[in-house]
Design a binder for this molecule. Structure first.
Ligand code: GLC
Length: 751
């Protein structure tokens, strides 16, 4: 139905006014930056490019020794532009007061923090949220995090992580959006919107940070911080798209990465930071280094000393130095000696001041330091309600043989087994910096709220000794106490819920694994329990795809429950007892064995896709080529059917693909219809399948819905190795279904 002309005109007028207003605001900010920079000395400009880690609680005496004193003195002399890890409205105010009242120009600090998935109210780890494919819920989750962080005096989060990764051994897959650039881009943008909102100066929005630029997720052998050496086709088609989407949606900061990319460390990489990010994409925020990543260029063998670090990083476009002490020590001399142009400094400072003005910090440096608001908002019930909704939508049902699930309310004699079932910390994930210890609702607590028929036996401990954000986790391989008690309980129960997987600190930064199995004694316990009771429901708590072929073969029901944050127990219980029908889909491929890794759905066909009788084709002689569970896969308690696939390619600039989805079961459910294409023949080979559209919706029993996708140049084109974006005519396959391995297929010829 056409909108009346007057409506269209008024919308256009409003948009023009809005843009004009935004432009005039931007022009206003640029003028303010000009006048401020005209007052600044070179030393004060360099100070803006320097970020220190906060470490003290200023409600106590200010530190008088060591580098604490150095930082304190630098704060007072205007040599610090930002701090990270300062938390609490009162703390932030005290540190801000030093800078605003004691420095010559009183330029406010910008406080950054790793608000990765929640601040006090912890939402599911980002990989779990990605499994929801629910962009609105993901945006809301980031909004909750921003509201609580801003209430604690924080202006800026070092999130979302946009790193695509195909390697489950890498500990930081928990922090991203999975293996696919299309899904990763959509999710990253939803998070940026959630953090930044429509008005960065509002007291409940914070600047976001697209990280880690770039290709950090392609670390060789999945080892964190390891070498990255990839072709430019992968760079342009897989690594860059999520970052470009974030820039196109006005992300205000970008963090460069620890790794080298094809021989050059990202922090000193001009191609990445100036040529691509700032020039090609027009990014107008600022780039922060990663923690000490500047200084690490010495270890990389790219800079001979800290002075050269300052020169290389500044010239390459890294605007702010996190904890390398390179800029504050050497940039002034480098400019005065003519080695680094003052223009480089001015460009960086302008970008940093721009974001500070946008945050409203010059209007009111204490806008985010309201202890009353802090009191009101932290752990607000509405935030926990949003966290619960996000958590249950993130759960993926992998197997449900004989419809063992959902359990009924009158289910008797339910055994709950596993150390993770009662763990109130692991469900918070590894990036839970600001949360309270033991603040998660454990799976056991969630189940006990649902049923009085629960009996718990922990079984052997999963870890030995204390585990923290910074130390290695020691897995229990020997202490079997609790083993027999657990098996005995299973024997005397009607159904067994086993909560197994990884400790919260077995994934995350610095937590790469060489194996992807169930750690410690868990597999042995699972087999022993299954030996005495076949009615086993396996609930996985993990921060990465795991390989569990025996369980996949023998256990009748398997739920992927990741690390779901504060509301874990309630979310798992609601799914197990059918109050919520699971709707998640895997954002990353689950391998059969670690030997298959990297394994991903959007691979190339190769010249020998096979299978053939002889051995000469792309395969292993000792393992299947197929994954354990594929990208985009997830079951429901109901069943969806796809029919009536139609493709209309008359307009090559807007190819329409439609399909009808029907709920064939007896309960309401949500489905994620996924559209994949294959460009059959191209001047640079294209993957056998590429996700180019998805839609999540709910259907009542017997209800049908027609879904229409649009394939424009953006979806049909690809980047050549030289960075040129091309759309080539020719035949395309299309598949629409509930995962990357099943659906209705068709094809069209793009003219
Ligand atoms: C860490 C991480 C980065 C984080 C930063 C500040 O090493 O790589 O993602 O934001 O340091 O904590």
């Amino acid at each position: 139905m056409k909108k009346p002309l007057v409506k269209i005109l008024s919308i256009a007028i409003v948009c023009t006014l809005f843009n004009t207003q935004m432009n005039s605001q931007n022009k206003d900010i640029e003028k303010k930056i000009d006048s401020l920079m005209n007052l600044m000395t070179l030393e004060e400009k360099v100070g803006q490019m320097n970020q220190y880690n906060g470490f003290w609680n200023l409600t106590g005496p200010a530190p008088e020794e060591g580098n604490a004193k150095l930082k304190y003195d630098h704060l007072r002399s205007g040599l610090v532009g930002s701090m990270l890890n300062v938390r609490g409205a009162e703390n932030a105010r005290k540190i801000q007061e030093i800078v605003v009242n004691e420095t010559r120009l009183g330029i406010p600090l910008i406080f950054g923090y790793d608000v990765i998935h929640g601040q006090k109210t912890i939402t599911p780890i980002p990989l779990a949220e990605a499994a929801s494919w629910d962009l609105k819920a993901i945006e809301m989750s980031a909004r909750v995090a921003a509201t609580e962080a801003a209430a604690e005096g924080i202006h800026w989060t070092f999130a979302p992580m946009m790193d695509i990764s195909r390697d489950a051994r890498w500990g930081r897959v928990m922090e991203g959006g999975g293996e696919d650039p299309y899904l990763g881009a959509k999710i990253g943008v939803a998070r940026v919107k959630g953090f930044q909102g429509d008005d960065l100066s509002a007291p409940n929005t914070i600047a976001a940070c697209a990280k880690h630029f770039a290709a950090y997720g392609f670390a060789e052998s999945g080892k964190d911080y390891n070498t990255v050496d990839i072709g430019t086709s992968t760079l342009y088609n897989i690594v860059f798209p999520p970052f470009k989407a974030a820039v196109d949606h006005n992300v205000r900061t970008v963090m460069n990465s620890f790794n080298i990319l094809n021989g050059i460390p990202a922090t000193g990489n001009k191609f990445l930071q100036r040529d691509v990010l700032k020039e090609m994409w027009g990014f107008d925020g600022f780039i922060i280094s990663d923690w000490g990543s500047g200084k690490e260029m010495i270890d990389h063998g790219f800079a001979k000393d800290l002075k050269e670090v300052a020169r290389l990083a500044a010239n390459a476009g890294s605007d702010m130095d996190m904890e390398s002490y390179a800029y504050v020590a050497h940039l002034k001399d480098l400019v005065e000696s003519g080695t680094v142009s003052e223009k480089v400094i001015d460009q960086a400072v302008r970008r940093i001041l721009r974001v500070k003005f946008e945050l409203g910090l010059f209007d009111d440096p204490y806008r985010y330091c309201d202890t009353v608001r802090e009191q009101e908002l932290m752990n607000h019930p509405d935030h926990h309600a949003a966290a619960l909704d996000m958590a249950r939508k993130s759960i993926v049902l992998l197997k449900n043989e004989g419809n063992l699930l959902p359990l009924t309310k009158d289910q008797k004699k339910i055994a709950v087994i596993g150390a993770l079932a009662s763990d109130k910390n692991s469900p918070l994930g590894s990036w839970r910096l600001a949360s309270e210890d033991n603040s998660a609702v454990s799976v056991l607590e969630g189940l006990q709220r649902y049923s009085s028929e629960i009996t718990y036996a922990r079984g052997p401990e999963l870890v030995v000794g204390e585990t923290t954000f910074i130390n290695e986790v020691r897995i229990n391989e020997t202490d079997r106490s609790g083993f027999q008690e657990a098996v005995q309980l299973a024997k005397n129960s009607e159904v067994v819920i086993m909560v197994l997987g990884e400790h919260g600190f077995q994934s995350g930064e610095g937590r790469s694994r060489a194996e992807l199995d169930l750690p410690g004694l868990q597999q042995e316990l699972l087999e022993a329990v299954h030996g005495v009771n076949k009615n086993v429901i396996l609930v996985l708590n993990n921060g990465r795809p795991l390989a569990f072929p025996w369980a996949s073969e023998n256990i009748p029901a398997i739920l992927e429950a990741w690390q779901l944050g504060s509301q874990t127990g309630h979310a798992v219980a609601q799914v197990l007892f059918g109050e919520y029908n699971p709707s998640g889909k895997l954002p990353m491929t689950f391998p059969r064995s670690v030997g298959q890794v990297p394994i991903y759905y959007n691979h190339f066909n190769t010249g020998r896709p096979g299978p053939i009788e002889l051995v000469f084709w792309t395969h292993y002689i000792d393992e299947n080529n197929a994954p354990l569970y594929p990208f985009g896969y997830g079951l429901s308690y109901t069943e969806f059917s796809y029919s009536d696939l139609k493709i209309d390619a008359a307009n090559p600039k807007d190819v329409k693909v439609s399909v009808t989805v029907t709920n064939k079961g007896d309960r309401m459910g949500e489905e994620v219809a996924q559209l994949y294409i294959r460009d059959k023949v191209a001047s640079n080979v294209r993957p056998v399948k590429e996700l180019k559209g998805f839609e999540k919706f709910s259907l009542k029993p017997n209800e049908s819905k027609k879904i229409t996708f649009s394939l424009t140049e953006n979806e049909l084109g690809f980047y050549m190795p030289d960075g040129d974006f091309v759309v080539e005519p020719g035949e395309f396959d299309v598949m629409v279904g509930g995962s990357s391995v099943e659906g209705l297929s068709g094809s069209f010829v793009l003219k």
